[in-house]
Design a binder for this molecule. Structure first.
Ligand SMILES: [Zn+2]
Length: 247
């Protein structure tokens, strides 16, 4: 089978046997793929380690297997390594890579995700508010997945009234009247809703204009995003546990 040439962001790397690695990539042309890259953990390998380091933007060849066999990845070359030095920035970047790895299906291509990852990597190199970038990224990827988040009208009756509740299942706000039809809806305050609306509309490249958001507000917004994501997964682990290191 002919290889597919594609750009990719490396989401995850696991060492495999003595000299190889298994990479999870978010590719431009194939969506997420997992594959074996052979023989790179040796001194005589001509592949630079940055070309198989999580977070790097690379070009590579992928040999896609039909059955349950592992795909093969070969000849990775580095296009851009986002030189993210700040400890918090690096945490945000790893949480983002992990989120994409957990919530995307293999071989479901979406260039919007690929482009969002590239933009976010660039921004995190110099952002002074990585926790805000992280939350905007999460809101944005929820929108790309089509899970929400509706913040302007009630997700059940579609009316633009007062919305004191939020439903992860419906992916947005719920009015007082409809609350009875969505027992799992939780309270959301007007203050939080206003900040969330602002972040939800914001282009991630412009995140720098917000100088700071109180931690308690950001954590709440992240919580509403997480219950939305969590409704669409059957993962039984607490996939958001590491986020408390950033938020
Ligand atoms: Zn309603």
């Amino acid at each position: 089978m002919a290889p597919v040439k594609t750009e990719a962001i490396i989401l995850k790397k696991n060492n495999f046997r003595e000299t190889s690695v298994i990479l999870s990539l978010y590719t431009e042309h194939l969506g997420k793929i997992k594959g074996l890259l052979k023989g790179v953990r040796t001194e005589k390998s001509r592949i630079p380690p940055l070309a198989f380091t999580p977070g790097a933007h690379i070009f590579a060849l992928s040999y896609m297997k039909r059955s349950s066999e592992l795909n093969l990845i070969s000849s990775p070359s580095l296009i851009e390594y986002y030189d993210i030095c700040g400890k918090e920035n690096l945490k945000a970047w790893h949480l983002i890579l992990n989120l994409v790895n957990l919530f995307t299906q293999e071989k479901e291509k979406d260039e919007k995700i690929f482009n969002l990852l590239k933009k976010t990597g660039k921004i995190l190199v110099s952002s002074s508010t990585p926790e805000i970038v992280f939350v905007i990224f999460k809101l944005r990827i929820i929108k790309i997945f089509g899970y929400g988040i509706e913040l302007s009208r009630c997700t059940i009756c579609r009316k633009e009234e007062e919305h004191p509740f939020f439903s992860g299942k419906e992916g947005g706000i719920v009015c007082r009247k409809c609350r009875g039809r969505e027992a799992y809806a939780v309270n959301i305050s007007g203050r939080i809703l206003n900040v969330m609306r602002q972040l939800e509309r914001m282009d991630i490249e412009k995140s720098g204009i917000i100088k700071s958001i109180p931690g308690e507000i950001l954590r709440k917004i992240n919580f509403y995003a997480n219950i939305t994501l969590n409704y669409h997964t059957d993962m039984d682990k607490i996939w958001w546990a590491n986020e408390k290191n950033l938020l």
